[in-house]
Design a protein around this ligand. Structure first.
Ligand code: NAP
Length: 351
């Protein structure tokens, strides 16, 4: 059985990784190793019926480790993932540090699982959470109709920025609600300016921010570039056209994406439903509440804690017989991060 380390075990994603390893009965030799910063060293966190003490990350920590799940941010991965790989561990990295490295596979377990076996650097990358969620729903449609273009607008949860993002959302929400309905209705600028915004660039509570991540080339954010570059790599479609807009919304956990998908082949709603039926890791929730259909569409709140990606609002484009509009939702900490990382570890452990 593999000896397993979790780097970033105290974080939002690390917490879900610990839960997923236990829930899925991942075979672990002894107790897993919990690694984090000096700040958390000496604290204890649950593992099955007991607890494991957190250690500060160090080169010695990786001795004897077979699989290291990294979730402690890009700079920590850049520094420590090669150290862990040199010590003999296979690294599953949840940060953006290696995703576009041609010698590092970028794997969604339902989409391109075979890629995980070819890892010249001993590292497998876990995609960005928004891209991951979109890919699970897009792959079966791509297989059926041949994807050529994606126009995607994301609605990303505060929890996508870690524990501190969730805390900022909840604290700001309490403060703004205490300010009262009249202030919120008549002087929004004062309300927006009255809260401390540290994780996000403006008030995230009761608000919508057209700004996820950092601004980068061509006035797009790095989150938007990830959606473009990672989709191309995962689907092996280097010329795929992607128009991304990433938006942060006041949701604790659960990313949503409104996507217009264009295909080489003509597509109908019925053919799309047939292509999506039984797709791995995907649930269709799609009904208008009219003509005897139940009202059904996915929401981020109801996706929190669920393993599956949910897709609904499946509509033919009104002007283009080659395009579909869809609404895709998934738990950013589960399928968007920890669950997929553990699924990759399962692929590696089964080799
Ligand atoms: N949140 C999401 O939805 C999501 C989805 C996909 C990918 N990711 C990626 O996953 C990574 C972690 O995200 P998160 O949301 O879990 O963040 P988080 O809640 O802020 O947790 C960060 C983790 O990194 C550890 N850490 C920080 N500095 C460290 C250091 N110098 N040495 C060792 N460990 C250190 C922290 O340990 P301490 O507690 O000791 O500070 C904590 O365990 C990031 O790369 C993020 O981009 C996040």
């Amino acid at each position: 059985m593999p000896r397993v380390a979790i780097v970033g075990a105290t974080g939002a994603v690390g917490t879900e990784m610990r839960r997923q390893l236990a829930l899925r009965d991942f075979p672990v030799e002894g107790d897993p190793l919990y690694l984090a910063s000096e700040r958390s060293a000496g604290t204890s966190l649950p593992w099955k019926d007991g607890e494991v003490e957190v250690q500060a990350i160090s080169a010695d920590a990786f001795s004897g480790v077979d699989i290291a799940l990294f979730s402690a941010g890009g700079s920590r991965s850049k520094e420590w993932a090669p150290v862990a790989a040199d010590a003999g561990a296979v690294v599953v990295d949840n940060s953006s540090a290696f995703r576009m490295d041609p010698d590092v596979p970028l794997v969604v377990s339902e989409v391109n699982p075979d890629a995980a076996a070819h890892r010249p650097k001993g590292i497998v990358a876990n995609p960005n959470c928004t891209t991951m969620v979109l890919m699970v729903a897009t792959k079966p449609l791509h297989d059926a109709f041949g994807l050529t273009e994606v126009v995607a607008t994301s609605y990303q949860a505060a929890g996508g920025a870690g524990m501190s993002g969730i805390t900022e959302l909840l604290e700001q929400t309490a403060k703004l609600l205490a300010a009262g309905e009249e202030t919120l209705r008549t002087d929004g600028a004062a309300a927006e300016g009255s809260v401390d915004a540290e994780v996000f660039s403006k008030a995230i509570a009761l608000n919508v921010l057209a700004h996820c991540g950092s601004f980068a080339d061509e006035r797009y954010t790095d989150e938007e570039w990830k959606l473009l570059n990672e989709s191309r790599k995962i689907l092996s479609l280097p010329a795929l056209r992607v128009s991304p807009t990433c938006v942060r919304v006041p949701v604790v956990v659960g990313h949503a994406i409104a996507g217009r998908l264009t295909f080489a082949e003509p597509v109908t709603r019925e053919a799309a439903l047939a292509a999506l039926e039984g797709a791995p890791g995907l649930v269709v929730e799609d009904g208008t509440g009219q003509d005897g259909e139940p009202l059904a569409y996915p929401t981020p709140l109801a996706s929190a804690g669920r393993d599956e990606v949910l897709v609904g609002r499946i509509r033919e484009d009104l002007g283009d017989g080659h395009s579909l509009n869809v609404f895709v939702v998934g738990d950013n900490l589960l399928k968007g991060a920890a669950l997929n990382a553990v699924q990759i570890a399962e692929l590696i452990a089964a080799e």
